[in-house]
Design a binder for this molecule. Structure first.
Ligand code: GDD
Length: 406
């Protein structure tokens, strides 16, 4: 793969945000790559894929679409499907498990599935040290961020080094394939133990008056990006458009970084990742991880080639997503008065907040690295009927489970 070279970065303390880089070639031939030419060899991509867990958050998506997503994930990556699909009147999770099992058999590879609302999972998360994740029914809360957190915890049980997220509602297996290749290429080029790669898809096709129209940006991203950029600009004193991936559902990171990060619930999860990096490693608040501060945290943003063609869940859904992003930004301890004012003005103009009201708080969870992973695994295996491991070699040997990084 050949990526556009990345020359410019914006700093926020130890966080180095790279300007958007395009994919120049999906396949760059046999060139070995020098590191600085943007070329990443097949061998380098494969080496990352062997260490990569791909987590698929899934809630009531159709079987055919899920099959397509599975088919697009490179063979050596380990698939973890985290489902919040209905179990009644039809047990959709049962169908998903069968789909994954058949795929694993046909493709001769392992995978793991888990259901977010499995009482055994709730017991395991509680035992491992994260009671915050449990709701009044005694189950893990619903929400995409919560699913991503579960996925990260399971990824930590595999002994692999990297984690990437892929939505289950993607209609184009080729784009899934490209996203994962880009994760691997970006993580290789970052060459840093605390790295993140975020995808900005090239376009989102919509039918308009009988013709396909390729939108360049999502309706939620534009707002989220502009406010995140405003935050950076307020600190630096210089306007910037560096952040192009505030809402990126498709992103990957090293587990060394992921295990230190706090994740937000619901759809606040992706924009909050930026905020958490700024809060923890931005140099504004006290830093709990000197080892990360000393190394820096590169965030690569990569524009892919395939159109992003997924299920359209409507305007209300997009508005909800947008507001969750602004809620976390408003309440971040590093948010500045000018940014807060602008958010309030925007929300009032949108009619989602009455003048004088404050935006609601989103849930912020402790880092997955604070969990007792051995307990998590014991209780999952003993009590979570929906925790299924297909094939062999998916989970790490117990003795090699990483110790808490915190
Ligand atoms: N397990 C689980 N639990 N999965 C969920 C949940 C949940 O509570 N909620 C949503 N999902 C799954 C969906 O099934 C889908 O595969 C994926 O998460 C994304 O959810 P959507 O509801 O389809 O979101 P979207 O497609 O509108 O938005 C996506 O793109 C945005 C950026 O354009 C998401 O990835 C957003 O997080 C992202 O910001």
């Amino acid at each position: 793969m050949r990526l556009e070279q990345s020359h410019r970065t914006e700093r926020f303390g130890a966080v180095r945000i790279h300007e958007l880089q395009r994919v120049i070639q999906l396949d760059s031939g046999d060139a070995p790559g020098t590191g600085s030419d943007g070329v990443v060899s097949h061998a380098a991509i494969r080496a990352i894929e062997r260490e990569l867990v791909v987590v698929i958050p899934c809630m009531n998506e159709t079987r055919r679409v899920i099959e397509g997503v599975l088919s697009g994930i490179p063979h050596d990556c380990l698939i973890v499907l985290v489902s919040n699909s209905a179990r009644q009147p039809v047990d959709r999770y049962e169908i998903e498990m069968q789909t994954v099992e058949q795929f694993c058999r046909a493709a001769e590879r392992p995978a793991i599935t888990v259901h977010q609302r499995d009482p055994g999972l709730a017991a395991a998360m509680k035992a491992a040290g994260m009671p915050e994740l449990i709701d009044d029914d005694g189950l893990v809360r619903s929400g995409k961020g919560e699913a991503m957190l579960i996925g990260m915890a399971v990824a930590a049980l595999t002994g692999r080094k990297y984690l990437g997220y892929i939505d289950a509602d993607n209609y184009v297996p080729g784009s899934v394939h490209e996203y994962v290749k880009v994760y691997a290429a970006g993580l290789h080029l970052a060459a840093n133990p605390y790295a993140m790669v975020r995808i900005s898809w090239h376009s989102k096709p919509k039918l308009r008056d009988g013709r396909l129209f390729f939108n360049r940006r999502g309706r939620s991203s534009e707002i989220t990006n502009s406010f995140l950029n405003r935050l950076i600009a307020e600190y630096s004193g210089f306007g910037t458009e560096v952040i192009a991936t505030g809402n990126a559902g498709e992103h990957a990171l090293s587990l060394e970084l992921g295990l230190r990060m706090r994740l937000a619930g619901g759809f606040a999860v992706e924009p909050f990742e930026y905020l958490d990096l700024f809060e923890q490693f931005g140099g504004v608040l006290d830093a709990a991880h000197p080892e990360v501060m000393a190394t820096s945290v590169p965030v690569l943003q990569i524009e892919t080639r395939n159109p992003h063609f997924h299920d359209n869940k409507g305007e209300e859904h997009v508005q909800g997503m947008r507001m969750q992003a602004l809620n976390v930004l408003y309440h971040s301890p590093i948010s500045l008065p000018a940014v807060r004012e602008a958010i309030l003005e925007f929300m009032v103009a949108q009619g989602v907040l009455a003048p004088g009201q404050e935006p609601p708080h989103e849930r912020i969870y402790p880092p997955v690295g604070s969990l007792a992973l051995d307990l998590l695994r014991d209780v999952l295996e003993a009590e979570a009927g929906g925790f299924r491991v297909f094939g062999t070699g998916a989970l790490a040997a117990r003795a090699s489970l990483p110790h808490s990084v915190l």
